[in-house]
Design a protein around this ligand. Structure first.
Ligand code: URA
Length: 212
């Protein structure tokens, strides 16, 4: 029995190669962002492997044939602000017509409860595939609250995509949302006392946006 039945970690050599440079503290901001984009594209390829297709007639230069297309506007990317923004371009390279539904949460210092400060729900959510993106699945707190929000808005088909997951975060997320598959480039060792993932890659938002 798998410890984390909802987790898929990609062992694709390209993803593993690129992640090694993403982790490296010497990697420049420019290269860091480029690599996050590339891994985002590769993970999106895996995550969308069961997207429904629709038959269309296409005229090739020689004859008419039946081909498959996806309804790309039914794919909704949900970047969890702020660091999730860094993974948007990579997915959009692959699915340029996907919708982008930003979701911003912060943790109230006194109540420790997540507070939503930005969310514009999608219309007709029941027909769409939602892909939540956040580079780090650390404690799982904001991912769980974000998935709660999406479900409250009517979303049925939700997936979660990250670069690096901590066992603590995967455990908490799969307990709260056993129906949501998690796709990660790596499952790391543990969280430190400040809830950073070890070995991790540092603060993803700071490295993406230069706020160190
Ligand atoms: N957020 C980050 O950016 N990095 C971590 O290691 C954990 C949470």
């Amino acid at each position: 029995m798998k410890r984390f039945p909802t987790l898929t970690v990609s062992n694709h050599p390209l993803i593993q190669h690129k992640l090694s440079y993403i982790r490296d503290k010497r990697t420049s901001k420019k290269v860091f962002k480029e690599l996050v984009d590339e891994v985002g594209t590769l993970l999106a390829y895996e995550i969308t492997k069961n997207l429904p297709v629709r038959a269309v007639r296409v005229e090739t230069p020689l004859e008419t044939t039946t081909c498959n297309v996806i309804d790309s506007e039914n794919v909704v990317l949900v970047p969890l602000l702020r660091a999730g923004l860094g993974m948007v371009d990579g997915v959009r390279n692959l699915i340029p017509n996907c919708a982008i539904c930003h979701l911003g949460l912060y943790r109230d210092h006194e109540t420790h409860e997540p507070v939503t400060y930005y969310f514009k729900p999608m219309q007709r959510p029941e027909n769409r595939m939602f892909i939540m993106v956040d580079p780090m699945l650390a404690t799982g707190g904001s991912a769980i609250a974000s998935a709660d929000m999406l479900k409250q808005s009517g979303a049925k088909d939700i997936k979660f995509m990250c670069l690096v997951a901590a066992p603590e975060g995967v455990e908490a997320f799969q307990h709260a949302h056993p129906d949501i598959e998690i796709f990660a480039a790596a499952l790391d060792d543990r969280l430190n006392d400040d809830a950073y993932i070890l070995p991790g890659l540092g603060d993803a938002g700071d490295r993406l946006f230069g706020t160190t």
